[in-house]
Write a protein that binds this ligand. Structure first.
Ligand SMILES: *[C@@H]1O[C@H](CO)[C@@H](O)[C@H](O)[C@H]1NC(C)=O
Ligand SMILES: *[C@@H]1O[C@H](CO)[C@@H](O)[C@H](O)[C@H]1NC(C)=O
Ligand SMILES: *[C@@H]1O[C@H](CO)[C@@H](O)[C@H](O)[C@H]1NC(C)=O
Length: 401
């Protein structure tokens, strides 16, 4: 069914349910604060007196969130293909950590109710610490019985089998860095943390926009040309995800032109490699995002080997030492914080890229390391959690005039 055909019915149903609640709520309004979604495109939130509805365009579902002290909460439960209901604030929840950035929970200060996760392959020091001290347990992502103990189970893969308490959290599907970061508001609606979500997002966005303005003023006549490259099974290619291209523009760089970068280049084909090398000769900054089994072992020599080039002196990005990777923060030799902390705090990515495009030498990057300078990785461990896990993590604001 198309959303337009069922939504009016749904809201009619809500309306009928909500009437007595609204009357009761007049005396003591339950929803004190709201989030307005400004940038994200893939979800919307609607507020009633004692309930909220999130419409999620990725899984096509509406989430009816009923305040725990409302009469509706005691009487209503939806679990259909298109509507799910939850009682909020959630008293506890579990998380499928696959492609799901847990740093959003930290920024909101929600770790006290974070009771379980499906794997310890994450890059948050404080969530790892809670696992070590036993306040978070590991659960099997296939064990529906075990997962059903939690008020909500957050997932990112909406294609898999789902139980009634599953809720999709999918910031990675958005097109721009800020849109992805604004998904903090989506989580906040489940926990009545709207005030915190607004303040975190406002701070992140203001810092991001301030940096963008600084970056725009750094360019002289020509912007540095930037390429994200990727090597996989004998083939080099240029990455084209829109959020990466947006980062390059926002940090004052220019993406290599679509018309030259449309191809993939087979290292066994000399003509292909000539073309690839020729394009790279025109590039000022290269970001090598090639997957590494162990990022610490991925060095400049690894890159040169994969490039299959005898003479590296013809590449400006090498002679100028502008070859970067986004795997600086690593846990357990494999898991990279680029897929977690960098999603919720895009202002830090932007600041890193500005340092990569316009080096000052006095800014310590967070997620990027300079491969050309043989910068190594930083290993994450639970002992590096430097606050009480119950305390919300504050976003890191980069100095910007
Ligand atoms: C989660 O909260 C619900 C509702 O308060 C409760 O029934 C359930 O036992 C809790 N589960 C865990 C694992 O704490
Ligand atoms: C790359 O080229 C080699 C030699 O022509 C060929 O055998 C191989 O299948 C090609 N690889 C891909 C992924 O097309
Ligand atoms: C960068 O980090 C190093 C090592 O932790 C530290 O000594 C240095 O002061 C930092 N530089 C800046 C500009 O923060």
């Amino acid at each position: 069914m198309a959303p337009s055909s069922w939504l009016p019915l749904f809201f009619l149903a809500l309306y009928q349910l909500a009437l007595p609640v609204e009357a009761a709520a007049k005396a003591s309004p339950v929803v004190g604060n709201i989030c307005r979604v400004d940038d994200a495109e893939l979800f919307h939130v609607y507020y009633g007196q004692s309930f909220k509805v999130i419409k999620n365009s990725i899984d096509g579902k509406s989430y009816l969130l009923m305040q725990s002290n409302s009469r509706m909460a005691a009487r209503t439960k939806y679990c259909t293909g298109r509507i799910k209901s939850f009682v909020v604030p959630l008293s506890n929840y579990s998380v499928d950590t696959t492609n799901l950035p847990v740093s959003f929970f930290e920024l909101l200060g929600l770790l006290d109710n974070f009771k379980a996760m499906t794997s310890d392959q994450i890059t948050s020091e404080c969530v790892l610490k809670l696992l070590v001290i036993g306040s978070i347990q590991l659960v099997n992502k296939k064990d529906m019985q075990q997962l059903s103990q939690f008020t909500a189970h957050f997932i990112s893969n909406v294609e898999e089998e789902q139980a009634c308490n599953f809720a999709a959290f999918v910031p990675l599907d958005e097109r721009t860095p800020l849109q992805r970061a604004e998904w903090i508001k989506y989580l906040a609606t489940f926990t009545n943390s709207e005030v915190r979500a607004n303040s975190v997002y406002d701070a992140v966005k203001a810092n991001y926009i301030c940096l963008t303005k600084v970056a725009a003023s750094l360019t002289t006549k020509f912007k540095p040309i930037v390429a994200w490259v990727d090597y996989n099974q004998g083939i080099w290619s240029f990455a084209k995800e829109s959020y990466k291209l947006q980062y390059v523009r926002d940090a004052g760089g220019e993406n290599i032109d679509d018309t030259v970068s449309d191809n993939s280049y087979n290292i066994s084909d000399p003509d292909d490699m000539d073309n690839f090398h020729a394009i790279l000769c025109t590039v000022d900054v290269v970001i090598d995002q090639t997957y590494a089994l162990d990022p610490a072992e991925y060095k400049l020599s690894t890159f040169l080997e994969n490039m299959d080039t005898g003479d590296s002196s013809r590449f400006v990005f090498l002679t100028n030492q502008r070859l970067w990777r986004y795997d600086k923060r690593v846990y357990n030799s494999v898991i990279v914080d680029w897929f977690d902390g960098a999603i919720s705090q895009p202002q830090l990515v932007l600041a890193d890229l500005m340092e990569a495009f316009f080096p000052t030498g006095n800014y310590n990057t967070t997620f990027f390391r300079n491969l050309a300078k043989d910068e190594g990785v930083i290993t994450i461990n639970p002992e590096l959690c430097d606050r009480s896990p119950s305390t919300p993590m504050d976003p890191t604001i980069v100095p910007c005039q």
